[in-house]
Design a protein around this ligand. Structure first.
Ligand code: ARG
Length: 579
């Protein structure tokens, strides 16, 4: 296992440099593999040792590298040591590599592979609140909400697999003037029957219609203000209509999220923090942080010089709260409720300054835990359209993705004997959405492309699923071969070794993803693994090989399959056995 070798090498280097194993480990990493080129297994970065003050940072780094390499001696585990470019390279005993890597799949459940690594122990920190998706009732569910949903789900899965308690939270836009309009509009344009049958659609229609009316009709605007006033005063008729809209929406969303493989522990929302928002303002007041602007609004001065060159409004002149005021209250409330070690907000990057201001104000209020809050911003998706046009509902994207995938699958022979082709198509299509979204840095914008993302070849979610299904079918065909005991000397060919070397990196990849919360590291790792696996299907046949060779290869395939499956699960995909 990666840890075993990393520790051995670190101990060896540590003895030479008179350092502990722990001090050396951060400078060690598995060498990324290239398909047609043999490489060493681990490298020790000299610049990291210098940065960490373990080696003097003056002098020629290459000389230092060569000197260190010559001081280290081979042993039964580490068979070759050489000086590379600014790094010492290590090759471990081949047979030991095979044994140590593959024995993990019998000892632990395969999906625990890599998770017990010493690299990851420090990342188990306590409770993580992840707030994601957070659509607005009666408004459009846009591409940004979809991105937030799948990114947040990934972060929650990752944190959870590292051993943290995770609170998955949806913070609905369920308060504000939109409900004034909706409430006032519903009595005129609403239809109970439609609301029952297709709630999201109907609420959206009413909302669009009433907005149009309000544009030119003062009476409508007046009615909306009146409804919202009633709501803020908690008048029971208004509240019960609002509650119905909310309940119906949450029910619908739950259903659609399930199709995406996403769930939430808490459906919170802006409405929950309505009253607390006023308390938060009082606290700002008592900390002497509140000022009154010329317009009569209440603001917090955020300028370094205290000259109001930048400020944030927290109360309107009529005393009502704003988006940020509710966020302030919500953050404090969540801290009290969950004692989180970390809270992560996932929204598009246009809200970056909102969160910056939020954190600044929390900090000014003296909340020492502010540095445990983090905003994960992501870029825009261009051109997410379905055949019927612009996307308004998440459901439409899922329907279209499923239909397109089903069409592609109908071209293939194996689809015919699937039990539920629609369900499989949907699962695979969701993976395609995820990989398209996760391949690049989250901050980048990208263009939505149905054809490209659904390709079976190439770096897509379909390819990952296809690889997984093919491995499952290989294993099923050989169900009766008992591969528990196998001969590790039969897996010393270059491709088998390359696959195992690639698996050595898995814990490092999880570590990296947990640091910067970017899924691309894991996606690219799994894509590479899948490419290696498809070479292995060609070059390391099971069928036609002797029983001992077949056993050894099956063992390798099954190990690769469990890493693929658990990586996919962390990303938010459900691996399929057949497609
Ligand atoms: N509902 C908001 C929107 O659609 C996103 C909420 C983000 N979370 C927060 N705590 N402000 O833009």
């Amino acid at each position: 296992m990666a840890s075993f070798f990393r520790r051995k090498i670190a101990a060896k280097v540590g003895r030479t440099l008179q350092q502990s194993e722990e001090a050396i480990i951060p400078a060690l990493s598995a060498v990324p593999v290239f398909k047609k080129q043999q490489s060493d297994d681990f490298k020790l970065s000299l610049s990291t040792l210098r940065i960490r003050g373990i080696l003097p940072s003056g002098g020629d780094i290459q000389q230092q590298t060569e000197k260190l390499a010559s001081q280290l001696e081979q042993d039964t585990v580490v068979e070759a040591i050489s000086a590379g470019h600014g790094a010492v390279h290590f090759q471990v005993n081949r047979e030991l590599l095979v044994q140590k890597m593959l024995e993990q799949f019998e000892q632990e459940r395969g999906d625990a592979f890599g998770l017990n690594s010493e690299l990851l122990t420090a990342l188990k920190t306590g409770t993580t609140v992840v707030e994601y998706s957070s659509p607005n009732i009666a408004k459009k569910f846009h591409a940004g909400h979809l991105r937030s949903t799948i990114i947040g789900n990934f972060i929650a899965n990752l944190k959870q697999s590292l051993g943290n308690k995770v609170v998955r939270m949806n913070y609905l836009g369920d308060w504000g003037m939109q409900f004034g309009l909706l409430g006032a509009g519903f009595s005129q344009f609403g239809c109970e029957e439609k609301l029952e049958k297709n709630p999201l659609q109907h609420l959206f229609e009413v909302y669009v219609r009433v907005n149009k009316e309000a544009d030119h009709d003062e009476v409508m605007r007046q009615a909306a203000r009146e409804f919202f006033r009633q709501l803020e005063q908690r008048e029971s008729k208004a509240v019960s209509l609002w509650k119905r809209f909310r309940d119906i929406t949450v029910d619908e969303y739950r259903h659609v999220y399930k199709r995406l493989g996403v769930h939430f522990d808490v459906y919170s929302g802006e409405s929950f923090h309505q009253d607390q928002a006023q308390e938060a303002v009082q606290q700002l007041q008592s900390h002497g942080l509140l000022k009154t602007s010329e317009k009569g609004t209440r603001v917090v001065d955020l300028s370094p010089a205290g000259d109001m060159s930048s400020f944030c409004t927290v109360l309107r002149s009529d005393g009502t709260s704003l988006y940020i005021t509710r966020d302030l209250a919500a953050a404090v409330d969540r801290m009290q409720e969950y004692h989180f070690h970390e809270m992560i907000y996932v929204t598009d990057k246009s809200q970056s300054s909102h969160f910056q201001q939020l954190f600044q104000i929390l900090d000014k209020m003296g909340h020492s835990w502010t540095d445990r809050c983090r905003h994960v911003p992501f870029g825009l998706v261009r051109g997410m359209k379905t055949r019927s046009g612009e996307v308004v509902f998440l459901e439409d994207v899922l329907d279209e993705a499923r239909a397109r995938m089903l069409h592609n699958m109908s071209q293939s022979k194996t689809t015919k004997d699937l039990e539920d082709p629609e369900a499989t198509a949907e699962t695979v299509a969701v993976s395609a959405l995820i990989v398209q979204d996760f391949k690049g840095p989250l901050q980048s914008d990208y263009t939505f492309d149905w054809d490209r993302m659904l390709q079976a070849q190439g770096d897509t979610g379909v390819f990952l699923q296809y690889t997984h299904a093919r491995l499952c079918s290989l294993m099923k065909k050989n169900e009766r071969v008992d591969a528990v005991a196998f001969d590790s000397s039969l897996l010393l060919d270059p491709l088998s070794i390359t696959i195992l070397q690639h698996l050595l990196r898995y814990d490092e990849v999880l570590f990296q993803s947990a640091q910067d919360l970017q899924p691309k590291h894991l996606v690219n790792f799994l894509l590479k693994l899948s490419h290696l696996i498809s070479s292995a299907h060609r070059d390391l046949p099971v069928k036609g090989s002797s029983l001992t060779l077949a056993k050894a290869r099956l063992r390798l395939f099954s190990g690769a399959c469990s890493v693929l499956a658990s990586g996919m699960r962390i990303l938010g995909m459900t691996p399929v056995d057949r497609m």
